[in-house]
Design a protein around this ligand. Sequence first.
Ligand code: SAH
Ligand code: SF4
Ligand code: F3S
Length: 444
Amino acid sequence: MRPTQIPKTYRVKSFGCQMNVYDGERMAELLAEQGITAAPEGEEADLVVLNTCHIREKAAEKVYSDIGRLRRDDGSSPLIAVAGCVAQAEGDEIMARAPAVKMVVGPQAYHRLPEMIREATEGKRVTDTDMPAETKFDALPRRRRSGPAAFLTVQEGCDKFCTYCVVPYTRGAEVSRPHADLIDEAKRLVDAGAREITLLGQNVNAWYGEDAKGRKVGLDGLIRELAEIPDLARIRYTTSHPNDMTEGLITAHGEVAKLMPFLHLPVQAGNDRVLKAMNRSHTAESYLKILDRVRAVRPDIALSGDFIVGFPGETDAEFEDTLALVDTVRYAQCFSFKYSPRAGTPAATMEDQIPLAVMDERLQRLQAALLRDQFAFNTASVGKTCDVLVERKGKHPGQWVGKSPWLQSVHFTGDVAIGDIVTVELSEAIANSISARLLSPVTA
Ligand code: SAH
Ligand code: SF4
Ligand code: F3S
């Protein structure tokens, strides 16, 4: 194979969940440390990292079409690395199907990219989908840059094995990063400009650790300690699992002012037989009880969830239970998906797979209900005064976009800067955002 030159520029393209976005940022930092710079917008990069997602069918197909699109007119391609969950699940298949790919690297091995790049430039094709005992985090460079809203992975992997899901296979077992490392990384992010940190994990509320005094702490303990960082204004966490929603974490929602009033707690379905077949190990009722407890300590909490329609064997009547649950909860926002059979998962070989047309119809009805509730939540916010963290410029001149405490996208005009926390009055709900009037800049 023809050796190539050491790449001078890179582009990292991340798909999937926020953890992949976080991993993409860390890979970019790692490449920058090697003297490889980010390719300017619109220019071809010498090295392209496709940081992939495997959660549903379409996600994996996208990777192959992306690889095809990178091919130049003369048939050559930039140096391509496939990272992320498709790399972990289908690494060998990618290598066989896509000769342009020179590197395949799994989510737990990407700290080894620099070495892999060296080998690839010598003409080798390298795969690393190990889940090494040493943590990749120790090998990654220190954080130096951050936008106003930063992600911080605190926990990775999943031991829950829902019968439809690939995550336990692509991300491995549940691992919590050490408390001290997280406090350190959070402080660095804040020094680099973060005002808000979202703690990430496939089961973020399963995080546990030991604080500086040797006490065992859960996610609520970590949140309380992070809240002590003076210039950190806001804390969020995602995604949590109903079974790990501890009393301490619920209480924290009523006591820690910096913990934003938003909870993403996926339920997937509203019918107990379906939940059991999914191996969710909670019922619709036990889920609703958790929400009641959270609402009791934080009445204004905005609730969010994930849903799957058309899980194998789901009847019309069972699907109605999902709609009924939605009517009970009145979510502020949600994600909903058609069930996608994933090779290697138990549900993929279950009998009674649901026809696509039925799934389509169910998804439409569910999404109509969820949209109705989202709009109702936004409409009910009109007239409220709240803080907004300014994250970016809007589409129109002089317009800014940021997030309300309830994670709504808020836009307004005025004399502010990115990273400011300003007070606004929410004035009009529009589809999935809210326009607002700037009251007073509070540039703390
Ligand atoms: N750990 C999180 C979610 C991770 S995946 C949790 O358990 O809540 C994000 C969402 O993708 C899931 O909540 C689920 O709704 C959806 N999902 C996962 N596997 C899927 C599949 N095979 N088909 C359709 N949706 C799926
Ligand atoms: Fe997947 Fe279930 Fe684990 Fe979430 S809890 S990552 S849905 S197996
Ligand atoms: Fe996708 Fe992997 Fe995240 S499958 S949703 S990128 S954990």
